[in-house]
Design a protein around this ligand. Structure first.
Ligand code: SAH
Length: 453
C-alpha cells in the first residue's frame, strides 16, 4: 500500500496502545491516532510515516464508539492530563487490567497468573492532591496550564479536571497575582524571565496547603506582598516555599529551597496515621485510592505479630507505618534524605517505636542489613517506574522471606522483576490493579509473590 504524508483516508480503529492512542491497520502497517477509540470509523490525515508505523490525526468522526466520553475537553487529552478521558470509565478500568494480562501472556512462566478486576473510584475526578503547573507567556500574557504532549508549548487551562478543585483555585490565584505584580514568566527559548512553575499540594483530609514558587533567580520583587495576598485568600496555606532553579533541566526542583511563609511541610493523614510531607517527598497523588492500594498490600501480606518487614522504597514511611502496629519491626529504606527525615518524624508523630530507617539505595542497604543479622519475613516494595535492581531481587530472595508484596506503577518492569523472582525460587501468585490515576493511561498494581513450595 502506498501511503503519503498529508494524505487523508478512512480507517477503522481496532485497538488502543498502552499510551492510549487508537490503532488502525493498513494491510499490516499500524497507524497511531490520538483521540480515537476501538470500533470508531474515522477520516484521518497522515502526519508522519516511519518504517514500521505512522501517526495520523482525526479529521472527522464517521462512526463514534458508544464507549466515548464526549464531555472531556480536547485540551486535557492533548496535554496528557487526561489522556484516556475520552474513554468511558468502566472501559478505562478494563483497559488497565487488559494491559497487565497482555504483558503476562508474553512471559510463559507467568501467563496464568490471576489478575483481579481493576479497583476504580466512585467519583473518578478531582482526585489529585498535587499539581505541578508551568508558568509561561502565551500571546503576550502570563498563563498557567500544561504543555501539549511531546512539546513545551503551554496550553492555558483553568479547570484541570483531575485535580483537587481547591488546588485549581489556588493555581489561578497565583496566576492572577503574578500578573498583578508584573512578574515575568520564564521563557525557555530566550532563557529569560523569572517564574517557571507553581507547585501546589493539599492534604486530602487535613486540607493543609503547600505552595512552591519555582523561580530562575532568588529575588522576586514585592514577594512578601504577593504571599500576604495569597495566604489571605487561602488561609489553609501552611507553607509557601520558593525553589530557585536557574537551570535548564526537566527536574521541576533544584535543591535550593527557602521558606517564604509558615513552615516547610504540610501534614495529612493516611489510614489513620499522620504524615509530614515536604516539597521533595514522594506522596501518592491520589490519597483515597492510595489507602485502598495499601490496604490491599496489607491484606496480601497477611501479617503476623512476629513478622520482620522490610519497607523498601519507603518514601515518608506511609506503607510501613500503616502496618507497624501489627508486626515486630519495620525496616525502611529510601534514597531521598528529606523523605527519611520525614519518615522518622512521622514515626514519632504516630507513636511507633519499632521502626528503623536508612537513607540509601535499597540494593545497597539490604545487603548491609542482612550482614547485620536482620532476618526479614516479609518484604513490601514500591519502587519507581524503572523497577528493581537485579541485585536487590537476588539479595531479597536469598533472605528467604515468606512473602514479597510488590506495589508497582509500571506493569512492564513489575513483570520483568516477577519473572526474575521466579528464577530465585519465588512465584507470582496474584495481581490486583488499583486505579490511582483515573482518566490517564497510568496503571498501578499490587502483586503477591510467595516462596515456591
Ligand atoms: N512507598 C512510598 C514511596 C513510593 S515511590 C509511598 O507509597 O509513598 C518510590 C520511592 O522510591 C520514592 O520515594 C523514591 O525517592 C525512592 N527511590 C528511588 N530509587 C530508589 C533506590 N534505588 N533505593 C531506594 N529508594 C529509591
Amino acid at each position: 500500500m502506498n501511503l503519503e504524508k498529508n494524505q487523508t483516508l478512512i480507517v477503522e480503529i481496532i485497538d488502543l496502545t498502552h499510551e492510549g492512542l487508537g490503532v488502525a491497520k493498513l494491510e499490516r502497517y499500524p497507524l497511531f491516532i490520538e483521540n480515537a477509540l476501538p470500533g470508531e470509523i474515522v477520516e484521518v490525515l497522515i502526519m508522519k510515516l516511519g518504517k514500521k508505523f505512522g501517526f495520523a490525526k482525526v479529521v472527522k468522526y464517521l462512526e463514534k464508539s458508544d464507549k466515548r466520553n464526549d464531555e472531556i475537553e480536547v485540551a486535557l487529552l492533548r496535554t496528557g492530563i487526561a489522556d484516556l478521558g475520552h474513554l468511558a470509565y468502566p472501559q478505562q478500568l478494563e483497559f488497565k487490567r487488559q494491559q497487565i494480562v497482555n504483558l503476562l501472556k508474553k512471559t510463559s512462566q507467568l501467563a496464568s497468573v490471576d489478575v483481579a478486576k481493576t479497583i476504580g473510584m466512585a467519583q473518578p475526578f478531582a482526585y489529585r492532591n498535587k499539581a505541578q503547573i508551568p508558568v509561561r507567556k502565551v500571546d503576550g500574557v502570563l498563563q498557567t496550564g500544561f504543555f501539549r504532549k511531546h512539546s513545551h508549548d503551554l496550553v492555558p487551562i483553568e479547570n484541570y479536571y483531575i485535580q483537587d478543585k481547591v488546588i485549581d483555585q489556588i493555581v489561578l490565584k497565583c496566576r492572577d497575582l503574578f500578573r498583578k505584580f508584573n512578574l515575568k514568566a520564564y521563557d525557555e527559548q530566550a532563557k529569560t524571565g523569572l517564574i517557571k512553575n507553581v507547585v501546589v499540594r493539599r492534604g486530602r483530609y487535613s486540607g493543609e496547603v503547600m505552595v512552591v514558587i519555582v523561580s530562575t533567580k532568588p529575588k522576586i520583587f514585592r514577594i512578601d506582598e504577593l504571599v500576604h495576598e495569597l495566604v489571605a485568600a487561602f488561609p489553609a496555606i501552611k507553607s509557601v516555599m520558593q525553589n530557585i532553579h536557574p537551570f535548564m533541566t526537566n527536574n521541576i526542583f533544584s535543591s535550593e529551597f527557602q521558606i517564604l511563609y509558615g513552615q516547610d511541610f504540610i501534614t495529612d493523614s493516611l489510614l489513620g496515621n499522620q504524615f509530614k510531607i515536604n516539597a521533595l517527598s514522594f506522596y501518592q497523588v491520589n490519597t483515597e485510592m492510595a489507602e485502598i492500594l495499601y490496604q490491599k498490600a496489607i491484606e496480601l501480606a497477611n501479617l503476623q505479630v512476629d513478622d520482620v518487614v522490610i519497607d523498601a522504597y519507603c518514601g515518608i514511611g506511609t506503607i510501613g507505618q500503616s502496618i507497624a502496629k501489627c508486626v515486630q519491626h519495620v525496616y525502611g529504606v529510601e534514597i531521598v534524605p528529606e523523605a527519611i527525615i520525614n519518615a522518622q518524624e512521622n514515626g514519632i508523630l504516630n507513636g511507633l517505636n519499632n521502626l528503623t530507617y536508612e537513607v540509601g539505595r535499597a540494593e545497597d542497604i539490604l545487603p548491609k542489613w542482612i550482614n547485620e543479622g536482620i532476618k526479614p519475613s516479609v518484604f513490601i516494595i514500591d519502587p519507581p517506574r524503572k523497577g528493581l535492581a537485579e541485585s536487590f531481587i537476588q539479595a531479597s530472595a536469598a533472605t528467604s522471606p515468606e512473602k514479597i508484596v510488590y506495589v508497582s506503577c509500571n506493569p512492564a518492569t513489575f513483570i520483568r522483576d516477577a519473572a526474575l523472582y521466579n528464577q530465585f525460587g519465588y512465584q507470582l501468585k496474584q495481581i490486583i490493579p488499583v486505579d490511582l490515576f483515573p482518566q490517564t493511561k497510568h496503571v498501578e498494581l499490587v502483586g503477591l509473590i510467595t516462596k515456591k513450595k
